[in-house]
Every structure is written in structure tokens, then in C-alpha cells.
Design a protein around this ligand. Structure first.
Ligand code: HEC
Ligand SMILES: [Cu+2]
Length: 369
């Protein structure tokens, strides 16, 4: 018959207060380093809410660190002090403790106070982020596979891949997507929003530190997701003004007739590598990447017409580059799936001479075999 062993006398255990003091010192040292960490040195705080968000992060880190040190510290301490001894009988059970109102009270009150403090700071930052009163620049960014489109209030055409903002000007940025879910994230601004088709989300910040920062897509959005990076330029007011007037000029040149005859195939080839080769090969029509192969548009007997139904003349090819094209959506099972979306000139950011050069290049592909 097993022998009953009385539990050891309950209590905190030897050295409990020494261990508590040691943990408190450890905690104080760690808190000191966290509170004094210069995050700006490692990841610049380039825009207005960044330092508030870093302060909240530090507060959470100090609290989280304290919880970690005491919880893990006491677990280790009690494991050692109250471990099973060789002298304990085989059926020895631990000390049975029920109810400790004093302890329970404090482990409810202290976390509750911490939560209220966190809520206070969070709500303060959040209200600041929602407040669009007095904003000077309201603009939009639209995610595409695989680039960022930026729409400025007075610019007729969008700009792509480079976002310019004037330092010191409060900005309201509406983000959404034209195709799949993307994301708008600038680590130095400490703000991030998913770009969701059909949903417009708002980010609000005031750029402060002049410089260039990366805008990163953090939602896996397709085969070129990894290349979906744009640049945020925080400019001085003067530089921003200069950039904007350059855009006005460049877009003025975008109107008017396209001089197809002056297209340069070599310039077109270089541009093709930058803007088209993510979606098009220069092989036969059926060598698809996202769009069809463009190597034999003029001399392929199995593909006599363009996808638009037009004859493959330079003018009709240019027409596709200007307007883009989306074949009928046959996903209802009528005659095969839709072949996809060819972006228009705005989405591909093509000037008139770009279109002439690209057309010349595509025509030249069919002639050299
Ligand atoms: C996002 C992917 C994508 C990009 C980038 C793209 N295209 Fe396309 N392109 C397509 C798709 C998809 C089609 C087919 C559309 C359809 O038939 O519905 C197409 C069709 C075309 C056609 C018609 C082909 C035919 O056989 O009729 C031409 C010409 C063309 N693209 C040229 C270009 C050029 C030049 C560029 C670079 C400025 C370019 N595309 C960039 C996806 C793309
Ligand atoms: Cu993306």
C-alpha cells in the first residue's frame, strides 16, 4: 500500500524576495534601454504620426518586457524551489491552494489599468489619423499588378512608381486597387493599408524628413509581387513645385497626334524591356506570359488579326497601346477563358513618342525572322 506523504508547508519559498528584487532590477535596466532606444536612428521617423507610433511601441515593449520577466522568472523560480524531492513519497502531490482574493484582485486591477493606458494612447493617435481637417493635399493611390498609380488633384494623368510629396504638408491619401489585393506600406511613415478592390481606405500623415523611401506591397499579389516597390520622394516645397510643373509640361506633350513614322525600333526595344516584358514575350502569339507573344503580329497565319479584331497595321497596334484592350470575359464557359487585360497608355505611362517607338519595335519583330 502506498504511503501518504503530507505536502510541504505552503509558502513563497526560500529566497523569494531576493529573486523578486533581482527581477525588478533586471526589469528596470531593460525598461531604461527600451525607453531610451533611438528608433529614428535605425528606421527614420519620416512623417508626422511616426514618432507617436514609436512612443506607443516603446510603452507596449516596456509593459510586455515586465510581464515577460516576472512571469517567466517566477515560473523558473517556483519550478526549482517546489520541485519533487527524493524524500517525497511516490504519491506525493503538490500543495493545494484555492482562492487568494488579494492576489486575484491585483492581477485584475493592474492589467486593467495598463489596458486603459494603452487604449488612451491608441485612441489619441487614431483620432489624429482620422482628422482630415486642414489637409492641403488629398490624393489617391491605386494598386495594379505590379505597380502603384498616383493621382494628384490637378494633374490630368496619373503618375506611376514615383510618388512625390511636399514636406510639411498634411496629406490625405485614399488607397484602393484595380485588380487584386495589394498593400501600401512605407515603413518610415509607420502607416500601412491594404489596397482592396472596391474599398477605399484612408491614410493621413504629414511628411517631414526630406528623402526617398520605399513603398512596399505586402500582399502576395501575383508573380511579380516581389518587384512591386515604388519610391516615395519627400521633397522640399520648392522641389515639389518644380516636379509638379515638369509633370504638367510632360502631360501637355502627351496630347496631339502620334507620329508613327518617326518611331525608333531600338528605343522601342529598350522600353519594351522596361514596361512590357513582364506580360509579353517576343515569341509567337501562343507563347503567353500574362498577355500573348508579340513576335509575329504581322506574319502569323494562325493569328491573322489583332485581339481587337483589327488588321495588324501599325496604326491598329498603336491603337491597342493607347486604349488598352480587354477581350470579352468568356469565363461563363462559352469559348474559353478571357485572355486578360492589356493596360492603356495611362497605366503603362506611355508618351506619344513611346507609342511610336514601341509600334516600330513590334513591327520590326515580324520582319526579322
Ligand atoms: C499587365 C500585363 C500587360 C502589360 C504590362 C502589357 N500588356 Fe499588352 N496585352 C496584355 C494582355 C492580357 C493582352 C491581351 C488582351 C486581350 O486580348 O484581351 C495584351 C495585348 C497586347 C497587344 C495585342 C496583341 C494581339 O495579338 O492582338 C499588343 C500589341 C500589346 N499588348 C502590346 C503591349 C506593349 C507594347 C506593352 C508595353 C508598353 C504591353 N502590351 C504591356 C497584357 C499586358
Ligand atoms: Cu502588389
Amino acid at each position: 500500500m502506498a504511503q501518504y506523504t503530507a505536502p510541504r508547508k505552503p509558502g513563497l519559498g526560500p529566497g523569494f524576495w531576493q529573486v523578486t528584487i533581482a527581477m525588478t532590477i533586471l526589469n528596470a535596466i531593460a525598461s531604461y534601454f527600451i525607453a531610451n532606444l533611438d528608433i529614428d536612428k535605425y528606421l527614420p521617423e519620416a512623417a508626422d504620426p511616426a514618432s507617436d507610433i514609436d512612443a506607443l511601441f516603446k510603452f507596449l515593449s516596456v509593459v510586455g518586457n515586465a510581464i515577460f520577466v516576472y512571469v517567466v522568472g517566477y515560473i523558473v523560480y517556483f519550478c526549482i524551489v517546489w520541485r519533487r524531492r527524493a524524500s517525497d513519497g511516490p504519491d506525493a502531490i503538490g500543495i493545494q491552494i484555492h482562492d487568494n482574493p488579494r492576489l486575484e484582485l491585483w492581477w485584475t486591477i493592474i492589467p486593467a489599468i495598463l489596458m486603459v493606458i494603452v487604449a488612451f494612447f491608441s485612441v489619441r493617435i487614431w483620432i489624429n489619423l482620422q482628422n482630415t481637417i486642414g489637409d492641403v493635399l488629398t490624393m489617391e493611390s491605386i494598386g495594379h499588378q505590379f505597380k502603384y498609380e498616383f493621382r494628384y488633384p490637378r494633374l490630368k494623368q496619373s503618375v506611376y512608381d514615383d510618388m512625390h510629396l511636399p514636406a510639411g504638408t498634411p496629406v490625405t491619401l485614399h488607397v484602393t486597387s484595380a485588380d487584386v489585393i495589394h498593400s501600401f506600406w512605407v515603413p518610415e511613415v509607420r502607416l500601412k493599408a491594404d489596397m482592396v478592390p472596391g474599398l477605399v481606405q484612408t491614410l493621413r500623415f504629414t511628411p517631414e524628413k526630406i528623402g526617398t523611401y520605399r513603398i512596399i506591397c505586402t500582399e502576395f499579389c501575383g508573380r511579380n509581387h516581389g518587384n512591386m516597390v515604388a519610391t516615395l520622394h519627400i521633397d522640399s516645397q520648392q522641389d515639389f513645385g518644380r516636379w509638379l510643373s515638369r509633370q504638367f509640361k510632360a502631360q501637355g506633350q502627351g496630347s496631339g497626334p502620334i507620329a508613327l513614322a518617326s518611331g525608333q525600333a531600338t528605343a522601342g526595344q529598350a522600353l519594351f524591356g522596361q514596361k512590357c516584358s513582364t506580360c509579353h514575350s517576343v515569341g509567337a502569339f501562343d507563347q503567353k506570359i500574362v498577355g500573348p507573344g508579340l513576335g509575329h503580329l504581322l506574319d502569323d497565319p494562325t493569328h491573322p488579326n489583332l485581339v481587337t479584331g483589327e488588321k495588324p497595321t501599325p496604326a491598329d497596334i498603336a491603337h491597342v497601346l493607347v486604349n488598352g484592350y480587354q477581350g470579352p470575359d468568356n469565363s461563363q464557359g462559352k469559348s474559353g477563358p478571357s485572355i486578360g487585360v492589356m493596360p492603356n497608355r495611362q497605366a503603362n505611362a506611355l508618351s506619344n513618342s513611346d507609342i511610336a517607338n514601341l509600334t516600330a519595335y513590334i513591327v520590326s519583330l515580324s520582319q526579322t525572322k
